[in-house]
Write a protein that binds this ligand. Structure first.
Ligand code: HEM
Length: 478
């Protein structure tokens, strides 16, 4: 039994992590505000790198240093790798099949992660699907060229989002999403509604009332998306029966082969939910990161100049930047690392839940506590980063720090068992997208809106989005 919330943090058997006093019933909810990553970072300055809060009727713990992140995500990953599942997403049996929702201890999660690791996002699998990404980058180049020819400002985030969703559909089903309005509508609605903070997540007793209607909306859009995916699977199964069938080079073909073989026990339901997860998890995050990269480069013309000079010397007059060029583009890689640090798409990563009571340093973490790792706090910590408030890709040039989950000061994709499985695809695509936008083009901001366009205000949601979208006119340089 915990002692009174606003009083000391003792409980039978040990001390709870320190934290701010809260109000009756709502606890510390009001202290989160619209930018919880920033408010929590501010509170951590007073209460330390392991802090506890009460959010509605839930007990939450926030880790805000690389050491604490390592403890939670890696050292005690066996206890802290269960995801916190938003109630609105527990619809149409998504929580039973989704790789995002299943606990890391379940056999289904282990099997799905193995499929992703070995068959979808391995080096060999990514090499085999490189043409799909090349085509998407060509389409992006064509679109930017068209805007430059017409002297038209383009919404950069919208263009990178379209590129990413189209890439996802092409990689999964060899399908052009552009032509399918229904698909696009459901994907947009799911990403939008997932970004909304749900009262029922803090007061599960309200869940049956669905006070914001989020569960109802997500059930409709998830259900419709799953039906559309089922139709594509049925069409493919039918086509595969033909004697002259030519295999496609996409994830659906790989997964149907696996489901019909003996090595993995993979059902059609699992394939459907895996696809929905991939589309939702992959699009917004990567698109927002690419937009932020361009914002920072436009704010820092000297850094954009360095990047362009590097691209010119390595890629030359070629219009397309290839994945094989990336190894020879250290300033590009440093720029993307700095964008991951400065504008993390998932500033609180994804919350987890303590499966058992555990001890971190001298503190007790109760079973079922909600666990946040505040990566944003780590990115702004002056004891870790020199001048953390300034955008400096150079800090990564002579450093071996990267985002692969081993350096806890830079964990945009998280770390440990649940580390983002799409990381190898996301990083390749991001590097190429940003290089494509910079290599052939200069950019001019809409007249009179320069300072507005370049503001760094962000909106907390499924991914940390730019509040005022960047709209700029590309000017082709050769
Ligand atoms: C800049 C781009 C991206 C960022 C910053 C990002 C970040 C993350 C983070 C922080 C998590 C939570 C990990 C945890 O629970 O500790 C995650 C999970 C996940 N990501 Fe990504 N991600 C990105 C792109 C992608 C892409 C392109 C895909 C797929 C093609 C993808 C698929 C997933 C999936 C399926 C999960 C759930 C994994 C699980 O819970 O087992 N992500 N990602």
């Amino acid at each position: 039994v915990y002692s009174r919330w606003s009083g000391s943090r003792r409980r039978t058997g040990g001390e709870l992590p320190p934290g701010p006093p809260g109000l009756p019933i709502i606890g510390n909810l009001l202290q989160l505000g619209p930018n919880p990553h920033k408010s929590l970072a501010h509170l951590a300055k007073t209460y330390g790198p392991l802090m506890s809060l009460k959010l509605g009727n839930q007990f939450a713990v926030v880790a805000s240093s690389p050491e604490m992140a390592k403890e939670i995500l890696q050292k005690q990953g066996n206890v802290f790798s269960k995801p916190f599942n938003p109630i609105a997403g527990c619809v149409v049996r998504h929580d039973e099949f989704s790789v995002k929702y299943l606990p890391a201890s379940s056999n289904r999660w282990k099997m799905l992660r193995k499929v992703q690791r070995e068959r979808l996002f391995s080096h060999a699998a990514l090499e085999a699907t490189q043409d799909i990404r090349r085509e998407r980058l060509q389409k992006l180049t064509d679109y930017v060229t068209e805007c430059s020819r017409e002297g038209r400002a383009m919404n950069v985030g919208e263009a990178t989002f379209t590129t990413m969703t189209n890439l996802m559909f092409d990689t999964l089903f060899s399908m052009e999403l552009g032509a399918n309005r229904k698909f696009r509508e459901h994907v947009n609605a799911i990403t939008r509604n997932f970004g909304v903070s749900n009262v029922a997540d803090f007061f599960p007793i309200c869940a049956p009332l669905d006070p914001q209607g989020l569960r109802r909306k997500l059930a409709y859009h998830f259900g419709s998306l799953l039906e559309l995916v089922q139709t594509l699977i049925d069409q493919r199964l039918q086509a595969r029966r033909a004697s002259d069938y030519q295999k496609k080079n996409d994830f659906l073909e790989i997964l149907l082969d696996l489901s019909q073989g003996n090595e993995y026990d993979l059902s059609i339901d699992e394939i459907k939910h895996l696809f929905v997860d991939t589309i939702i998890a992959g699009s917004d995050t990567s698109a927002a990161t690419a937009e932020w990269a361009l914002v920072e480069l436009l704010l820092h013309p000297d850094k954009l100049g360095k990047l362009k000079a590097e691209l010119k010397s390595v890629v030359g007059e070629k219009s397309m930047v290839e994945e094989s060029d990336i190894a020879r583009l250290p300033y590009l890689r440093a720029t993307i690392n700095e964008v991951f640090r400065y504008h993390p798409a998932a500033p609180l990563l994804a919350p987890h839940v303590a499966e058992e009571e555990a001890r971190v340093n001298e503190y007790i973490i109760p079973k079922n506590a909600k666990i946040y790792v505040n990566f944003w706090a780590i990115t702004r910590d002056p004891s870790i980063w020199k001048n953390p408030e300034s955008f400096e890709p150079e800090r990564f040039l002579d450093s071996d720090t990267d985002f692969n989950g081993q350096h806890f000061e830079l964990i945009p994709f998280s770390s440990g068992r649940r580390i983002c499985p799409g990381m190898p695809l996301a990083s390749r695509m991001l590097q190429c997208m940003v290089a494509t936008l910079c290599h052939n083009f200069d950019w001019e901001l809409e007249k009179g809106t320069e300072s507005k366009q370049l503001q760094r205000q962000d909106v907390f949601g499924l991914a940390l989005q730019k509040k005022i979208p960047l709209k700029a006119t590309p000017i082709k340089v050769f």
